[in-house]
Design a protein around this ligand. Sequence first.
Ligand code: ZN
Length: 277
Amino acid sequence: MEHRLVNLCTMLAKPKETVSDAEQISRLRASQSPIAISLSRCPKWSSLDPLQFKGYWDNEVMGILLNNGSTAYFTFESEVKPILRGGPLLGEYIFEQMHFHWSVDNFSGCEHLLDGQGYAAECHFVHYNSKYESMEAAVGHSDGLAVVGFLLEAVDAPNPRFDKLVQGLEVIKKSEHSVRVTSESLAWMESDDLQEGNYVTYKGSLTTPPYTECVTWIIYEKPIQVGNEQLGLLRELQGPDSIPIERNVRPTQRHPPGHSVIYVKQVHEAKNLKSKL
Ligand SMILES: [Zn+2]
């Protein structure tokens, strides 16, 4: 009898299939976004593939920075777009646009909250899954979009890596105004933290209408420091009524039962190994 029990336990412990970390994340239940995240309550994973950003700040292509009346909105002019892969993502995601959220002060301008901490602004890099024809087609699928979010912390000293973007913001104060900018406008995102920094990931939604639950969110834990005056330029952008856009942040949403957020510790060794492949 004892012998049979041991055999049964061995059988139960054996996984029926090998499921990758990214596959497990793709099967998580989605929630509305943004959410308040308590890092200590998140399962911690360190075995995911490193995130890989290709062709963002270092290509020769020009981009357009537009004041669309609700945010500053960056797109590339070229058909060749940056590619994001790795981490919690299955397959490749194509960069579509980058935009900002902000508010009236330096603590309520971010959409996501990590351990209750608010920041001056949040920047979103929106990508769509390359297996779909377009951004519009991708929004209809639970694996349609991947959005990388950076929290922006206000500090006294300007961040020189934001200079190119700031030059663009200075000439698009009026709604529907736009300016051609170089890919250097994205230079501020490049850092060791991009490859090695910790982030949280979860299945969520767009934070603007129609709030579709089609997004794999990747939010970096460490905020990027930006000068007070540089952040002030976001708050000077005007809406269609020629009044500065005060606030374009969606409040945090309730977690549904069984919803999971994964806290990912990126591993340095894993990056070196993968870059050789
Ligand atoms: Zn956004």
